[in-house]
Design a protein around this ligand. Structure first.
Ligand code: AR6
Length: 181
């Protein structure tokens, strides 16, 4: 689908580290020093340059780490991308509404990507793995936020969904948004 700003939103199934895009977004943690899931896969395939850049960020502007909902760019190392934008999703909570923080991840990642001049941005479903966010709600927040804020120079936002269930949830959420006009 196309956003009001003319940005194309696409869904694909696969491994985000196999994508070709200007920006690949990493579902990181505030240490910026790696982890499991998407984060582990990005550092594995992207090589040590990414970790070196993250260590530099920790030694300079982000001494205390990256706050939840914020985003920062580094080299993409050996990935087929120009930058990795690291963002820290909120851990799911059933007692506290942290949706604004999850929306902030998408908004801030797109802001950082646009500042770098990126045209194509690949996102994983932030917070829906180790951080436990329910996929249907995570998909709704992701798509709603991208629809609201994506703008040139970005021309394509691609959600890269790891499995059939994630893909189906995103497809359903996208159809619901389209139906709303
Ligand atoms: N490509 C695309 N999607 C993937 C891939 C991949 N290679 N691997 C997993 N997913 P997660 P989070 C899906 O756990 O929930 C790390 O330890 C996965 O199925 O990567 O934000 C960080 O360091 C899920 O739907 O990120 C943090 O500590 C989605 O990507 C913590 O995990 C996100 O899962 C962040 O947890």
């Amino acid at each position: 689908m196309r956003t009001p700003e003319g940005v194309t939103v696409t869904l694909v199934r696969g491994d985000i580290t196999r994508q070709s895009a200007d920006v690949i977004v990493n579902a990181a943690n505030s240490s910026l020093l790696g982890g499991g899931g998407v984060d582990g896969a990005i550092h594995r395939r992207g090589g040590p340059e990414i970790l070196a850049a993250c260590r530099e960020l920790r030694a300079s502007r982000y001494g205390k780490g990256l706050r939840t909902g914020q985003a920062v760019a580094t080299t993409a190392g050996a990935l087929d991308a120009q930058w990795v934008v690291h963002t820290v999703g909120p851990v799911w909570s059933s007692s506290e509404d942290r949706s604004a923080l999850l929306a902030s991840c998408y908004r801030e990642s797109l802001r950082v990507a646009a500042e770098s001049g990126a045209r194509t941005v690949a996102f994983p479903a932030i917070s829906t793995g180790i951080y436990g966010w329910p996929m249907d709600d995570g998909a709704r927040i992701a798509l709603r936020t991208v629809l609201e804020v994506a703008a040139p120079p970005v021309t394509e936002v691609r959600f890269v969904l790891f499995d059939a269930q994630a893909y189906a949830e995103f497809e359903e959420a996208l159809e619901a948004l389209e139906a709303q006009g």
